[in-house]
Design a protein around this ligand. Structure first.
Ligand code: IMP
Ligand code: MG
Length: 181
């Protein structure tokens, strides 16, 4: 499915490619400064991080290793948060290393908290969280997000890795969905 096949009226552009690039550059600059002269392991959270990770890591002037996790939430409903499990784990030995979790968007923070605690248990030198977009007002659990590209309202976004039932991840811009009323 491409955006042209979707109802144009329900999609409103939220961030264009220039906006996205400047957020990515700002985050990369912060990380280049914070970890100057150090090694860092980037842990991307699949699938949504894929496009952002590719842009972000190429702006880092650091010694980086890149790994990925994929998590799923089972038994999730409107009233129950569900149980998190890791369906693809990292294969990097992170003990004693600086780890940076790379997310494209954080909502309730439940998935992230689960991952954060799991990574901490491997005794890395540090674990920090970086996200391209942050729905901070929707946070349900306490998890330290040190680097946020842009704080946003509670709205459903697609494109640049963000999906609508697995479609639209490949859109180069980010759109929000307007619900008909
Ligand atoms: P949570 O923070 O555990 O609630 O889950 C965050 C995950 O939900 C993100 O990694 C995305 O995969 C997904 N998500 C949250 N908000 C959006 C959105 O606006 N569009 C698409 N996916 C989203
Ligand atoms: Mg994600």
């Amino acid at each position: 499915m491409s955006k042209s096949n979707l109802d144009e009226k329900s999609f409103t552009k939220f961030l264009n490619q220039t906006d996205i690039e400047s957020i990515v550059t700002s985050l990369a600059n912060q990380i280049n400064r914070a970890y100057e002269g150090q090694q860092v392991v980037l842990v991307g959270v699949l699938k949504g991080c894929c496009i952002f990770m590719a842009d972000f890591c190429r702006q880092l002037k650091l010694d980086v290793e890149i790994d990925f996790v994929r998590m799923i939430s089972q038994g999730r409903s409107l009233t129950e948060p569900g149980t998190m499990s890791i369906v693809k784990d990292i294969t990097t030995d992170i003990r004693g290393k600086h780890v940076l979790i790379v997310e494209e968007i954080i909502d309730s923070g439940r998935a992230l908290k689960f991952l954060y605690d799991r990574l901490k248990a491997s005794q890395p030198a540090s674990v920090e969280v970086l996200t391209f977009l942050d729905k901070r007002g929707k946070r349900m659990v306490d998890v330290p997000v040190k680097y946020s590209g842009r704080l946003i309202e509670d709205q459903f976004l697609v494109g640049y890795g963000l999906d609508l039932e697995e479609k639209c991840r490949n859109l180069p811009d980010i759109y929000f969905l307007k619900y008909p009323n």
